[in-house]
Write a protein that binds this ligand. Structure first.
Ligand code: PFF
Length: 447
């Protein structure tokens, strides 16, 4: 077998994994899903899901990946050869392509916003109505949205075809921290807007009367989506990790950074939403209607806005890279396909499946597709809210009982004879809490 790539440095891995985690999930999806689900209560449930489910599953995936040095299908097969468990790996490969297909549509939107922001469209004096109008006229253009989907997938496949360390590691090293700094700056500005306090109480003061299974499932889905869990992306990234690296600290750093970025995005968006009299339940267009209006009011707004959308597009790219990488590593390892061919094949499949999502705002069949949802929202619900938690459930059972939580724990340890901090808690969570909690929530949704 050809030599498998390795991350060049520990920081390189942390940044690449953070690059996979931080993306549209934090800045586009988190604010709009939080807004739709009533705000603060959702935030609370999301943070609980991150701590008690996400972090546990993160370690389960990373340890399985590093232990086997295989793609998700191969990893299950390596531990339990000839069993049905590799089906969980296949589910991950399919889920990755499913998510990629609509994720790249939104990523295409960021490219468009980057360009029109650079052209000075969001200059001082623009009205909210004009910002809204820009959004709807853009998303109702079928050719433009499909073209942008194509461009984004092409770039992603090209980067993945270059291999893991030169391709992926290089991109993330400086840009993620820069994105974080801009968000910090924007959040401070947003807090000074008139009426910001209404946004803050919406975002931070929970109303417990809204509690329901549906909101809990959405919060879990968001946590898995945001942390890139439940479909083997972290198995794949862990598989390129050297044995000497400290898995424990890498995992926690990724989780903290990712959650901070999402939290900050909320601090940027909600004060602005209330200050501009928009609805927090606006849906997928939320940030595309709020942010440009913020930029139009800032000194140097054209520059800041353009830089922001460039960084957001790159954050999306480092996430689509990991989505493509899962299926690619499977094709390369298990089907002996050349990396280049595999990467472009995955991109092409996602493009075809992605077309209806790209048309979800312009073609009536897709804008009201089924169950009262448009095609893109339906895809998002199926893959993010159902498939990822289901993948997490099966993975926790596999790691907890088939491979054995104790064996996985040994892989996480940095010094083989010394338990990692919280090891016993992790073993308890992955064996009992994670499977039971996910089973109850998914089961109740199906019933
Ligand atoms: N975590 C990414 C985001 O928040 O934008 C999306 C994602 C990437 C989900 C990779 C799942 C995945 F495997």
């Amino acid at each position: 077998m050809a030599e498998r790539g390795k991350w060049k440095s520990s920081l390189g891995f942390v940044l690449a994994a953070a690059g996979s985690a931080v993306g549209l999930g934090n800045i586009w999806r988190f604010p709009y899903v939080t807004g739709k689900n009533g705000g603060a209560l959702f935030l609370l449930l999301y943070i609980l899901s991150v701590i008690f489910l996400g972090l546990s599953v993160m370690y389960a995936e990373l340890s399985l990946g590093r232990h086997t040095h295989r793609n998700p299908v191969g990893a299950f097969e390596a531990i339990k050869p000839g069993s049905l468990w590799k089906g969980v790996g296949y589910l991950g490969v399919i889920t990755g392509i499913g998510i990629l297909s609509y994720y790249a549509v939104i990523a295409g939107w960021t490219l468009y916003y980057m360009v029109i922001s650079g052209l000075g469209k969001f200059k001082q004096g623009i009205t909210q109505a004009q910002v809204n109008e820009l959004f709807s006229s853009f998303t109702s253009s079928p050719s433009l949205t499909i073209f942008l989907l194509f461009i984004f997938l092409f770039i992603t496949s090209w980067v993945v075809s270059q291999g893991i360390s030169s391709g992926i590691e290089r991109w993330t090293n400086v840009l993620m921290p820069l994105l974080f700094l801009i968000l910090l700056f924007l959040s401070i500005y947003s807090l000074t807007l008139p009426g910001a306090s209404r946004g803050i109480s919406f975002y931070l003061k929970p109303d417990f009367s809204k509690l329901s299974f549906k909101i809990i499932l959405s919060a879990i889905g968001q946590a898995f989506f945001s942390l890139s869990l439940g479909m083997g992306a972290m198995i794949t990234y862990g598989s390129y990790l050297k044995k000497e690296e400290n898995l424990f600290s890498a995992g926690i750093e990724v989780v903290i950074f990712d959650t901070l970025v999402a939290f900050l995005a909320g601090i940027v968006i909600f004060p602005a939403v209330f200050s501009f009299n928009l609805s927090p339940a606006e849906g997928p267009s939320l940030i595309f209607k709020t942010l440009p209006f913020i930029f139009s009011k800032l000194p140097l707004g054209v520059f800041i806005g353009t830089l922001f959308f460039i960084l957001l597009a790159i954050a999306a790219l480092t996430s689509t890279i990991s989505l493509v990488e899962v299926a690619t590593s499977y094709l390369v390892d298990e089907r002996k396909m050349a990396r280049k061919k595999a990467a472009f094949l995955v991109g092409a499949i996602a493009f075809i499946i992605g077309i209806p999502s790209a048309l979800a705002s312009s073609v009536s069949t897709f804008s009201n597709f089924a169950f009262g949802k448009d095609f893109l929202s339906l895809m998002d619900f199926i893959w993010a809210n159902l498939s990822l938690p289901l993948g997490g459930l099966l993975l926790s059972i596999f790691v907890g009982y088939v491979w054995g939580a104790k064996n996985a724990a040994k892989e996480i340890r940095h010094y083989k004879d010394k338990k990692f901090p919280g090891e016993d808690i992790w073993v308890f969570l992955i064996k009992y809490f994670v499977p039971l909690a996910l089973l109850i929530i998914i089961g109740s949704m199906i019933v």
